[in-house]
Ligand binder design. Structure first.
Ligand code: C2E
Ligand code: MG
Ligand code: MG
Length: 692
């Protein structure tokens, strides 16, 4: 291919050409005439005598515009155009069709086929140059616009700002993808009008928001610059800063263009309640710890907040949070700090409180403020709350540790019927040291692989046959024999160790079950503390894959009290587990004062009646009635039932009469070693064979 500019041809200089033109035409004299004409105007020209040759040159790159003959033998100009348009939009590569005179249908077809323009043979030099110039100029302008838009987008993204552009007269409003993403929306979602934007603005900020825009539009302020609260898609309010400028275009058209950014983190103030936020609270906690004086920290959760939020809507939920904060603060001294950590979780820092008794008094005063119902819309809500508190003393050095203890106390407060304050235990020095040693030993035990699983049979009451096993953890501590989970699970649960122990037992259990001579199921206990951990599901999937066990043969047991700690989160996790075909059993049912109303929201497959109910059957008729009711409840929820802790024939008979599906307990077998469990299954298979 030869590119020669007129300048280059005459002077030998290498100035840039005015543009690079490709002529595709089968007639040599037309190619020559056009080439001459274009070169005189400083264009670089390349030529091709047919479609395929032209496409090849195009593919080599560096062409700004194509002059394309319509009538060519073989591949026609339209075929070539279609090929070009596969990879080049009209705005990127203009194509001018060259047609024989009088072929108006060709011209129409050319325009319909995405040609940019046409010229008619014999080609008139000035008309040709004018058209070429026009199209190249338009192309360059579009390219520059695209580049500047791209630059702006990149700049805005870099500055974390979202763009908005509102035409006040037509009402049309544009929100950039980044603007939407800051509020949790995808590109095609989110508000589509100014009113919809205003809907998202916190009710308390709406007057200020609209007022600031009006003030700027009427010229009272040189720039729009406001910070306000806006509802994120998750329902949470976020702090946003919006800056903008108003432009009056023509007589009517008026636009405001601006950028918005999320400033929640630097506000240090919770958007929904106006209280200090988590970041601010942590700072103050650090400060209190540095002061080396005793003080108190409490975590507070509103009872049934999720039910209220889901039942009455998140706007009502926000109103409730605001009222709660206000009333609670009413009982506090100026030195106290109430903060909102997120959701319905509040935290209190009380620098002047140094004993459990003082803290109990303070909280009792706060509770008194909630004796009258809180009005939310037309609802009068009786509000109660749980408190987990810790008195910080010289032993406490790290805020994380303090909050962890307060959280543990809060969890135990949630399990109590009355709403009193639970205190994070402050172990006596000796006890603390023993605990520390146990924690350390557990770490070593994991590293040395000292955890083993034992297997307790689960029996079908109607047939007496073993249908599955529950894997139970044991710590095989050298020189000390088998240690029961009651001695280490509680400590492991206070640290991250429980995750590793559960995972170890899960791996052992899946591996064992995969080797059994029949497809009996295996149930494995999962600590409730792990139900908020997203890694739980992937960990389980990994163990299943590693063992090759069919997921339908695995059941996970979660204790009923876990469910009640954070019902929504647990329901989500249970759903994700159930979707993988894995069963879920609610363990120790009846001990967690669970709300029956919640139970149907779980995709649990099995209910395990706690041992205490099985024992209580012998004590009174009422005991039997309770078990009968639980079994009926399970039937209604389409769950199977396992009775735990069956120790006598009499208990077994009653449960069978009550149509309980399965039983587990010393009456059938104590937890067995892996070998004994496998042997039990083989023996039963042999017995059936003999009977046949
Ligand atoms: P659980 O899941 O309710 O397990 C049943 C417990 O009752 C087992 O105690 C079992 O040995 C005992 N048991 C079974 N039948 C009878 C009976 O007829 N009479 C009496 N008195 N007891 C019976 P174990 O093995 O000491 O486990 C206690 C608890 O520790 C378990 O209660 C479970 O909540 C927890 N646990 C056990 N293994 C693990 C584990 O791998 N991970 C976690 N997170 N927790 C575990
Ligand atoms: Mg269990
Ligand atoms: Mg149990």
């Amino acid at each position: 291919m030869e590119f020669v500019t007129a300048d280059a041809a005459t002077t030998g200089a290498t100035t840039a050409p005015a543009g690079r033109i490709l002529i595709i035409d089968d007639e040599a004299n037309i190619r020559a005439t056009m080439t001459r004409c274009l070169k005189r105007s400083a264009y670089a020209v390349s030529v091709a005598a047919d479609g395929p040759a032209g496409l090849e040159q195009l593919a080599a790159g560096d062409i700004d515009l194509v002059l394309l003959d319509i009538n060519m033998p073989g591949m026609s100009g339209f075929d070539v155009l279609a090929e070009i348009r596969r990879s080049h939009a009209p705005s990127e590569l203009p194509v001018l069709m060259v047609s024989a005179s009088g072929q108006s249908c060709d011209i129409l077809r050319a325009i319909q086929s995405d040609a940019n323009d046409y010229v008619v043979k014999p080609v008139e030099a000035r008309a040709l140059l004018w058209r070429i110039e026009t199209h190249l100029a338009r192309c360059r302008a579009e390219l520059a616009l695209r580049e500047s838009e791209q630059r702006l987008t990149l700049a805005l993204r870099g500055s974390n700002e979202g763009l908005w552009d509102w035409d006040r007269d037509s009402g049309a409003i544009y929100f950039s993808p980044r603007w939407k993403a800051l509020l949790g929306y995808g590109e095609t979602e989110g508000p589509a009008s100014f009113d919809a934007w205003l809907e998202l603005v916190h009710p308390d900020d709406r007057v200020m928001f609209v007022g600031a825009i009006d003030a700027h539009v009427s010229g009272d302020t040189p720039q729009l610059d406001i910070e306000y609260r806006i509802r994120h898609r998750s329902g949470e309010y976020r702090w946003a800063r919006t800056r903008g400028a108003y432009a009056s275009i023509g007589r009517n058209a008026a636009r405001i263009v601006g950028a918005q950014t999320d400033v929640t983190d630097r506000k240090l103030v919770d958007a929904a309640t106006g209280l200090p936020n988590r970041v601010r609270f942590k700072d103050c906690l650090d400060e209190a710890l540095r002061a080396k004086q005793p003080f108190a920290v409490a975590l507070i959760n509103i009872d049934r907040f999720r039910v209220i939020n889901e039942g009455l809507g998140s706007e009502a939920g926000d109103v409730l949070l605001g009222c709660f904060a206000e009333r609670f603060k009413g009982a506090l001294a100026p030195a106290h700090m109430l903060a909102r950590l997120g959701g319905d979780e509040f935290a209190l820092l009380a620098p002047d409180v140094s004993s459990d008794a003082e803290m109990s008094l303070l909280i009792a005063e706060c509770r008194r403020r909630f004796e009258a119902p809180v009005t939310v819309g037309e609802h009068a809500l009786h509000i109660s709350f749980r408190v987990g508190a810790v008195i910080a003393d010289a032993e406490h050095r790290v805020p994380g540790d303090l909050l962890h203890r307060a959280d543990m106390a809060l969890r135990s407060a949630k399990l109590q019927i009355e709403d009193r304050v639970a205190f994070g235990e402050r172990p006596a020095r000796g006890v603390a040291l023993a605990r520390l040693k146990l924690e350390n030993d557990l770490h070593c035990a994991l590293a040395q692989d000292e955890f083993v699983a034992v297997f307790q049979p689960i029996v079908a009451l109607a047939t007496g046959r073993t249908v599955g096993f529950e894997a139970l953890a044991r710590w095989h501590k050298p020189g000390q024999g088998m240690i029961a989970p009651g001695c280490f699970v509680p400590v492991a649960e206070e640290t991250a160790l429980i995750g590793a122990i559960d995972d170890r037992i899960l791996a052992l259990a899946c591996g064992e079950a995969a080797r059994w001579p029949c497809p009996a199921f295996i149930t494995v206990n999962v600590s409730g503390y792990r139900f908020g951990d997203p890694a739980l599901i992937t960990g389980i999937a990994r163990r299943l894959a590693g063992s090759g066990l069919d997921p339908r043969r695995l059941k996970l047991e979660i204790t009923e009290s876990t469910i009640m700690t954070d019902a929504s989160a647990t329901a989500r996790t249970v759903k994700a587990i159930a979707e993988r075909g894995i069963g879920v059993a609610i363990d120790d049912f009846g001990t967690g004062y669970s709300s029956l109303a919640y139970l149907h929201r779980f995709d649990a497959t099995t209910l395990k009646i706690d041992r205490s109910f099985v024992q209580a059957m012998a004590e009174s008729d009422q005991g039997v009635e309770i078990v009968r009711t639980i079994i009926m409840l399970a039937r209604t929820l389409k769950m199977s039932v396992v009775a735990e802790g069956i120790e006598t024939r009499a208990q077994c008979d009653v449960l069978r009469a009550l149509s309980c599906d399965y039983g587990q307990g010393y009456y059938f077998a104590k937890p067995l070693s892996a070998d004994d469990a496998r042997r039990r299954l083989s023996l039963e298979i042999d017995m059936v064979k003999e009977a046949v």
